[in-house]
Design a protein around this ligand. Structure first.
Ligand code: GLN
Length: 484
C-alpha cells in the first residue's frame, strides 16, 4: 500500500477495498520499522490516529466524505496542534502544547485526514539539511549518511520512504522544494497568501508559506483543495475564488511557453544535474511546450537579500521566547534579565542564535538603511524581473537545487555553503510566487528535482504541467531500495 499515491489510496477507500483503520495500521507499522533509522518523526500519535481512523470509517459509512477522508498524514512540527506537542525542532518548545489548532490542521482534520504524528525539521525552520534540529538529523532514504534537505526534511524523508502518503511542509526560502528535490518527491509552495499562516509558527512572516509534500502532482492538487482558502485570522490571507485544483490536471500543454533562466544554468549548477534537467525539458517539449531562454538579471542578489530580510524578521518573531509565557525556562533565574538571557542562551541552537544576531544588527538604527532597506529594494527588483519574464512565458523551469543531497556534516561548519543550496529557490519567496519541485531523475543514486515557477495564483497551471510530466515519466514512482 505504501507504494500507492494518495489518490490511489483514496480510490481504494471509496471502493471499500480497504478501511482507514487498516490503512492507518499499515503506516504505523512502517513508521515503527523504519523511523528508528530515518528519524523523520518527532512525535508519533498512534492512539489518536486510530481514533481518527475509526471516525473516518464511520463517516464513510454515512457517505460524509471528501477524497481525503481516512487518509493518514503527518504535519511538519511547525503547525500548532491542540493535543499534540509542537516543538518546531527546538529545545525552546520541547514542552509546548498549543492551545489551538493551526488553520491548516483544522482544514485537513475537517476533510477527514488522520494525523499520524509530527515530522522532524530544522530548528524554527532555519536550515537546508535538517541538521539544526534539536531532535537530531534525518537520514536521506536514498543514501545513508546523506541529508534529506531542509527545513521540511522529516516530511520529505517520510513521504519518500513510504512512511506516510502525504505530509505538510513550509517554505520560507525553499524548505518545501529543496527537501522534495533531495528526497525525490513532489512539493508545492503556493503563492504567498493562498494558504493560511494562522497557527504556523512564524520564522519570517513575509516569506513563510505552507504547502503539500506528496508523491505526485495529482496528490498535491487533492490536498491543496483543502489547504487553500481565505482565513480572517491571517491578515495576509488573500481572498480568491475557490477552485478545484484537480480540474485542469489533464489539460494538454500544446503551445505552453516555457522559459529557462540563463542565470540558473551557469557554473553553480552541477554538470550531471544539468543533464538530468535538460532531459526533463525535452520531455516537456514532447508534451507540446516551446522552450526559450529568459533573463532574471538580479538572480545573483537573491541570497544576500534573503539573508538580511529573513534574519531581520526572525529576530523580531523569536523575541517572544523569553521564558515568561511558554516554552523553555532556565533553572533558578537570579532576576528578570538573567531569566531572559539564560533561557534564550540555553533554549536556542547555534543557527537560530546566528540569525537573531544578524537580524538584530541589520535592523539597528545605524545599519537599517545600509542593509534592511537595501535588501527590500533588491526584493522589488527581483519581483520586477519575474514580472517581466511572465510577459513572455507561461512558466519558468530550471533545477530546484545546484546539486543532489550532500553528506551529513559536510556543510555544518560553513553556513554560506549551506545557504547556497537555496540559490534557485529563495527568489520565489522574495517575490511571493508559487513554485513546485518534481522528481526528474537521478545522479549517483540520489534524486534530482525539476523546479516549475508560475505567475501569482497559477497553482492550477503548475499542477497541470507537473501532472502531465508525471504521466510520461515514472521518477515519482521510485521507492528507495531499503524501504521497499
Ligand atoms: N534554507 C533556508 C533557510 O535556512 C530556507 C528555510 C525555509 O524555507 N524555511 O533559511
Amino acid at each position: 500500500m505504501y507504494r500507492q499515491t494518495l489518490s490511489e489510496l483514496s480510490d481504494a477507500l471509496v471502493q471499500k477495498r480497504i478501511s482507514s483503520v487498516e490503512l492507518t495500521q499499515h503506516f504505523i507499522d512502517r513508521i515503527n520499522i523504519h523511523n528508528p533509522v530515518l528519524n523523520s518523526f518527532i512525535t508519533v500519535t498512534v492512539d489518536a490516529a486510530m481514533e481518527q481512523a475509526r471516525a473516518a470509517d464511520a463517516k464513510r459509512a454515512r457517505d460524509e466524505t471528501t477524497p481525503l477522508t481516512g487518509i493518514p498524514m503527518a504535519h511538519k512540527d511547525i503547525f500548532c496542534t491542540s493535543d499534540i506537542r509542537t516543538s518546531c525542532g527546538s529545545k525552546m518548545l520541547d514542552n509546548f502544547i498549543a492551545p489551538y489548532d493551526a488553520t491548516v490542521v483544522e482544514q485537513l482534520n475537517n476533510a477527514g485526514m488522520v494525523i499520524l504524528g509530527k515530522t522532524n525539521m530544522d530548528e524554527f525552520a532555519m536550515g537546508s539539511s535538517n541538521e539544526t534540529s534539536y531532535y537530531g538529523v534525518v537520514t536521506n532514504p536514498w543514501k545513508d549518511n546523506h541529508v534529506p534537505g531542509g527545513s521540511s526534511g522529516g516530511s520529505a524523508a517520510a513521504v519518500a520512504a513510504g512512511l506516510i502518503p502525504m505530509a505538510t511542509g513550509t517554505d520560507t526560502g525553499g524548505s518545501i522544494r529543496q527537501p522534495a528535490a533531495l528526497c525525490g518527491i513532489t512539493g508545492l509552495k503556493p503563492t504567498y497568501g493562498l494558504v493560511s499562516r494562522y497557527g504556523m509558527i512564524a520564522f519570517a512572516s513575509s516569506l513563510d508559506q505552507g504547502g503539500p509534500m506528496t508523491r505526485s502532482a495529482e496528490d498535491a492538487a487533492l490536498v491543496l483543495n483543502h489547504m487553500a482558502g481565505f482565513d480572517p485570522r491571517d491578515s495576509t490571507s488573500v481572498e480568491q475564488p475557490a477552485i478545484d485544483y484537480t480540474d485542469n490536471l489533464d489539460n494538454d500543454l500544446d503551445g505552453l511557453k516555457v522559459g529557462l533562466p540563463k542565470q540558473y544554468f551557469n557554473e553553480s549548477l552541477d554538470s550531471e544535474v544539468a543533464v538530468v534537467i535538460d532531459n526533463a525539458i525535452r520531455e516537456l517539449e514532447k508534451l507540446g511546450a516551446t522552450i526559450s531562454d529568459i533573463e532574471l538579471p538580479n538572480a545573483h542578489l537573491s541570497i544576500p537579500a534573503y539573508y538580511v530580510i529573513a534574519p531581520a524578521e526572525c529576530s523580531s518573531n523569536l523575541s517572544r521566547y523569553d521564558g515568561v509565557r511558554f516554552g523553555y525556562r532556565c533553572d533558578k533565574p537570579r532576576d528578570l534579565l538573567d531569566l531572559y538571557c539564560r533561557t534564550r542562551a540555553e533554549g536556542f541552537g547555534r543557527e537560530v542564535k546566528r540569525r537573531i544576531m544578524i537580524g538584530t544588527y541589520a535592523l539597528s538604527a545605524g545599519y537599517y538603511d545600509a542593509y534592511y532597506l537595501k535588501a527590500q529594494q533588491i526584493r522589488r527588483l527581483l519581483q520586477q524581473d519575474f514580472k517581466n519574464a511572465f510577459t513572455d512565458v507561461d512558466v519558468i523551469v530550471g533545477p530546484t537545487t545546484p546539486d543532489v543531497a550532500f553528506s551529513i556534516g559536510e556543510r555544518t561548519e560553513d553556513p554560506v555553503s549551506m545557504y547556497l543550496s537555496d540559490i534557485f529557490t529563495v527568489s520565489v519567496n522574495l517575490a511571493g510566487l508559487p513554485a513546485m519541485s518534481i522528481p526528474a531523475g537521478f545522479k549517483n543514486g540520489l534524486p534530482v528535482g525539476l523546479q516549475l515557477i508560475g505567475n501569482y495564483f497559477q497553482e492550477s497551471r503548475l499542477l497541470n504541467i507537473a501532472h502531465r510530466f508525471q504521466t510520461i515519466t515514472d521518477w515519482h514512482r521510485r521507492i528507495p531500495e531499503a524501504f521497499q
